[in-house]
Ligand binder design. Sequence first.
Ligand SMILES: Cc1cc2nc3c(=O)[nH]c(=O)nc-3n(C[C@H](O)[C@H](O)[C@H](O)COP(=O)(O)OP(=O)(O)OC[C@H]3O[C@@H](n4cnc5c(N)ncnc54)[C@H](O)[C@@H]3O)c2cc1C
Length: 445
Amino acid sequence: MRVSVALFTADLRVHDNPVLCAALKDAERVVPLFVVDTGIRRTGFVVPNRAAFLADSLADLDAALRARGGRLVVREGDVVEETCRVAARTGAATVHIAGGVSRYATRRENRLRAELSGAGRELRVHDASLTTVPPGALTPAGKDHFAVFTPYFRRWETFSVRRVLPAPDAVRVPDIRSAGLPRAQSLAPGPTSPALPAGGESEARRTLRSWLAGPLAAYEDRHDDLAADATSRLSPYLHFGCLSPTELLHRARAQDNPGAHAFVRQLAWRDFHHQVLAARPDAADHDYRPRHDRWRHATKDIKAWQEGRTGYPVVDAAMRQLRHEGWMPGRARLLAASFLTKTLYVDWRVGARHFLDLLVDGDIANNQLNWQWVAGTGTDTRPGRVLNPLTQARRFDPHDEYVHRWLPELRPVDAPHSGGDYPAPIVDLASATARFTSARQTATS
Ligand SMILES: Cc1cc2nc3c(=O)[nH]c(=O)nc-3n(C[C@H](O)[C@H](O)[C@H](O)COP(=O)(O)OP(=O)(O)OC[C@H]3O[C@@H](n4cnc5c(N)ncnc54)[C@H](O)[C@@H]3O)c2cc1C
């Protein structure tokens, strides 16, 4: 009897899962495997917020597999060793895995391929699993990746995206031992944000349905309105693969309206950053375009920024939302990141690390490359622009609703839960902008 292994990584779903479908196609029995990887835990990437979301997602995946006659097989240890052990124990000829783009994922893939082939087994990597357009599928003449979004997007729009795969009806698992489903606290002990979203494919599909049924159509007009909370909040489901980006793309495209077009463009940004990281894995922690910055070591300023006490309300509201929800809308991320890297002139890696400590959708490709974009060390074609937090607040929170939601001390005195001390601005905007501009001129001249 032929057996294969479907090794789940960032694709924790049964709908539109190329890895699971291919494993089921080439064998009568499949091991749906998840390895609680001690290697990834050593990198510091597994933090309480994402651990909670992951634990939810694994429990939901197990339930979906059980509803199809199968179950999730869980192991703990080194991902390569455990996968090879499971393959040997079940006599699996092939292991299927989604192609990843981070250094960690590439190394895992290379080690797996070498170990499996040494034992006469095959690794099959499915590149159209985690993004809609596989990284590396589109390249400009003579280059290995696109460094600018607009030409990438033009090509991306014409790419023939694969069809959506149905969820399997049945999954038959061979006789093999499994550890229990991991609990969040054992994955990463520590407090989580009080208003974290629930993880898992079921929740992803509920969020997707309500998003497509209404708010998507208004996305173009409302996505930057901070108080409206009018973005999809699908990012954590995409990060863990509880939702397939390909299915999301097809379903959004089916609504031919300006909201859907604007939303599809955002999905292209996700693919764009993935193809940059795939080609330049060092961009996770090195400047993509070195500007030779001599960043400030400003411990007090960094702490004020992290705690949402800079004296600039819209920045502070964003940072408090991040702590409370493990999430913030894109506009809030942009202005908080610009404030740290340009107004305070602090290294983007400091901010990226803080975001990764809290974001439930914290993602190496999207986080590190967006931080670099904002800091002007990445792919932004206008690296010198500095966002003014006062102008940003006037445009995107004109009635102070967002600010009042997160900063009770600034609510009108007769409002419930108002009052408290609010700090004076920690920096003068005009001199901060001048400091940044002159630092960049000096560094690059
Ligand atoms: C400094 C900074 C850090 C960020 N860190 C992350 C991160 O760790 N993980 C993450 O998923 N996104 C990150 N983003 C991108 C973006 O802000 C979030 O994906 C988005 O705000 C999530 O909310 P949403 O799902 O409601 O997005 P929507 O506005 O509904 O957009 C839909 C989807 O498009 C994708 N998307 C939207 N904007 C971007 C973008 N700029 N880059 C890449 N993909 C995008 C996301 O997958 C998002 O879920 C970051 C942006 C900035 C400026």
